[in-house]
Design a protein around this ligand. Structure first.
Ligand SMILES: Cc1cc2nc3c(=O)[nH]c(=O)nc-3n(C[C@H](O)[C@H](O)[C@H](O)COP(=O)(O)OP(=O)(O)OC[C@H]3O[C@@H](n4cnc5c(N)ncnc54)[C@H](O)[C@@H]3O)c2cc1C
Length: 272
């Protein structure tokens, strides 16, 4: 356990601006590397004297780690502005993982709101890497406005594939936008989902996850086939400090990915 409390030094080798408030950092270990991550897991990423926050893995290859950070507060601001070459501390991997393999032979539905696409990106890349094992692959991605999508180049690539159904929705349109406007739940009705054959992976603001899961269960998707990511504030990452306790769960250990039958009641408890 003590090893998991000690950050390993990593270096920023690339910083890509995603939109007005988010960047994707590619990190390489300065020495020893963390164990490999599973999609949906997170790392505690920190800067001495500033602080440490939980950040999902938005991609990984070999020793490289990719984190997408939205600049919303002190720590995320400092991380989002790190120059190439800067050093930071990384602990992990922590938490539970998405289980895209539960959907082998069935339809995969990914529903993401805003920065929620970051932890879901590895689900999509995993499924596309073994595309023949799944039936439909549907990605519904919401953003506040068109320029605020993460991974725009990758979304364009998915849009061009005939074996991926990508639906982009925005809260507020911009000139040139001819896609849907509204909540990510709205296009779900037009997808003609076959409930028992659909496995859903959902991440975004809590009200969006609740609305999405309610919409899906109403069209017959079993609650057991819906996973959400419960990204409440976390501190230790190893299930010791109790900071992220929610009902019977320590979310850093028993989450962040939680099945809807368990998450449903817990999301009704407001964050302090
Ligand atoms: C498992 C897990 C995975 C996460 N993955 C990511 C990730 O991949 N990328 C990422 O950017 N963040 C992610 N977060 C959120 C991250 O851990 C921090 O909460 C966030 O970066 C804010 O920390 P801060 O110290 O910069 O801001 P704080 O000083 O804590 O907060 C500043 C203000 O921003 C608000 N705020 C906090 N978080 C958010 C948010 N996500 N969106 C809008 N407003 C917010 C707060 O309510 C507060 O008003 C994840 C959290 C968890 C628990």
């Amino acid at each position: 356990m003590i090893e998991q409390m000690l950050p390993l030094p990593y270096r920023v080798i690339e910083s890509v601006v995603e939109n007005s408030d988010s960047v994707t950092l590619t990190l390489l270990p300065a020495g020893e590397a963390l164990e490999s991550f599973a999609p949906g897991q997170f790392a505690m990423v920190g800067l001495p004297g500033i602080g440490e926050v939980a950040i999902s893995i938005s991609g990984a290859a070999g020793k490289y780690l990719r984190h997408t950070v939205r600049d919303v507060g002190a720590v995320s601001h400092a991380l989002a502005h790190l120059p190439v070459g800067a050093q930071l501390g990384v602990r992990g991997p922590f938490g539970t993982a998405w289980n895209p393999h539960s959907a082998v032979g069935a339809d995969v539905l990914v529903v993401a709101g805003g920065v929620g696409l970051a932890p879901l990106r590895p689900v999509v890349t995993t499924v596309l890497g073994e595309r023949a094992q799944y039936r439909r692959v549907i990605v519904v991605a919401g953003a506040r406005t068109p320029p605020e999508y993460l991974f725009q180049t990758e979304l364009d690539r998915w849009a061009q594939r005939i074996d991926v159904e990508l639906i982009r929705t925005v809260d507020r349109p911009a000139p040139g936008w001819d896609g849907p406007v509204g909540l990510v739940t709205e296009p779900l009705a037009s997808l003609a989902l076959i409930g028992p054959c659909t496995f859903a992976f959902v991440c975004g603001p809590e009200p969006m996850m609740t609305a999405t899961a309610d919409t899906l269960t109403a069209v017959g998707v079993p609650a057991e086939q819906i996973e959400v990511s419960m990204e409440r504030d976390m501190k230790c990452g190893v299930g010791v400090c109790g900071h992220c306790q929610l009902g019977p769960l320590l979310l850093c250990r028993d989450g962040a990915v939680v099945g809807w039958p368990v998450a449903r009641g817990l999301l009704a408890i407001p964050e302090l």
